[in-house]
Design a protein around this ligand. Structure first.
Ligand code: SF4
Length: 340
């Protein structure tokens, strides 16, 4: 029974076996594991200020003044405790470790097989779901498999192929422009440097980081709407501008973790920590979250808010990685339900 598993558990990351999505679906959270019989908020989020084992504290921790380094954190119950920057950095890194166990299969949710496909899919993903992009790109990549082919595309035909992703006229212009520039200035290969990527039409830092992190193994933080919402809920930053969020989180999370931290945060935002109704009652990092209680705290009701593989439903990729624990998404013509 879920409760007995919760009570028998431990919050010591070093002792835990790898957890699966079942742990989330069963309501086994970091908070519940650490505080048997108490609500997950029984211990304020700043508890990890006393945690042992964190060897590094982030570059800002060393130089910042006490006034700058203390933030107010606490729980949704109104209990507020000051949290030093050092404690906040340790808490952030613990959140990363917890999420790494829960979402050990985290990955980009766009289907792609090479850097060009990833670049195109990421451009198309603006203002729509990854699922809709994944249902659109098979026909697009079959018609225009290379930058050369896409640069020579008939604009009207290209627009028609990408119409389901919305804003198709602007997106078609971007795809034609970036394909032409890749051919003219980069020898037909997607460049692997930030400065070159953002020089391409329709490519901003967010798109560039997705491509760098997932096609070139260059660490990058992807600050999308989920990422921004979650790191603010966790009181890791108060910034709302994506570039400022990126800069502050880059100072907290080790560079080697940036790409996977982004995937984990976005996975959590899409599955558990929703914008309108977070599933706090089954959240695996409830004990580390100052915003516990913003959403549904009843575990049974919270379980009903879970999405994708945590709800036993298809994910967003038609071709997910082999270790993905849920079913693949269905192509558009096989789905009667439409986008998730
Ligand atoms: S679901 Fe979101 S708001 Fe709720 S405890 Fe988890 S991380 Fe915090």
């Amino acid at each position: 029974m879920a409760e007995s598993r919760v009570r028998a558990g431990t919050s010591d990351t070093g002792k835990k076996a790898a957890r699966t999505s079942d742990a989330v679906a069963s309501g086994e959270s970091a908070g519940a594991r650490g505080e048997a019989g108490k609500p997950a908020t029984g211990r304020p989020a700043g508890r990890s200020s006393t945690a042992k084992g964190s060897r590094t504290t982030g570059s800002r921790a060393k130089g910042s003044s006490a006034e700058q380094s203390v933030r107010r954190v606490g729980t949704a119950s109104g209990v507020r405790k000051p949290e030093s920057r050092l404690a906040m950095v340790r808490r952030a890194r613990r959140i990363n470790r917890e999420l790494a166990e829960v979402y050990h299969y985290a990955h980009p949710e766009l289907d792609f097989e090479n850097p060009f496909e990833l670049l195109v899919a990421t451009v198309l993903s603006a203002q729509t779901t990854d699922l809709r992009v994944n249902r659109t790109t098979p026909a697009l990549f079959a018609a225009y498999p290379t930058p050369e082919a896409m640069a020579a595309a008939d604009p009207a035909e290209l627009e028609e192929l990408i119409r389901p992703t919305g804003f198709f006229r602007n997106k078609a212009k971007s795809l034609l422009g970036l394909s032409a520039k890749i051919c003219e200035e980069f020898g037909g290969e997607v460049p692997g440097r930030m400065a070159d990527l953002v020089s391409l039409p329709g490519v901003g830092r967010k798109t560039a980081f997705v491509v760098l992190g997932n096609a070139f193994d260059v660490p990058g933080l992807t600050v999308d709407t989920h990422f921004g919402r979650l790191v603010r809920r966790w009181r890791l930053t108060e910034q709302t501008d994506p570039e400022k969020v990126e800069a502050e989180i880059a100072d907290i999370i080790p560079k080697s973790e940036w790409t996977m931290f982004s995937h984990r945060v976005i996975f959590h935002g899409r599955r558990v920590c929703h914008s309108r109704k977070p599933a706090c009652g089954v959240c695996p990092i409830a004990a580390l979250c100052p915003s516990y209680g913003e959403g549904e705290t009843d575990p049974d009701k919270a379980r009903g808010l879970l999405k994708y593989e945590l709800a036993g439903e298809p994910g967003q990729r038609l071709k997910p990685p082999a270790d993905y624990p849920g079913p693949a998404a269905r192509p558009a013509d096989e789905s009667a339900a439409g986008d998730a």
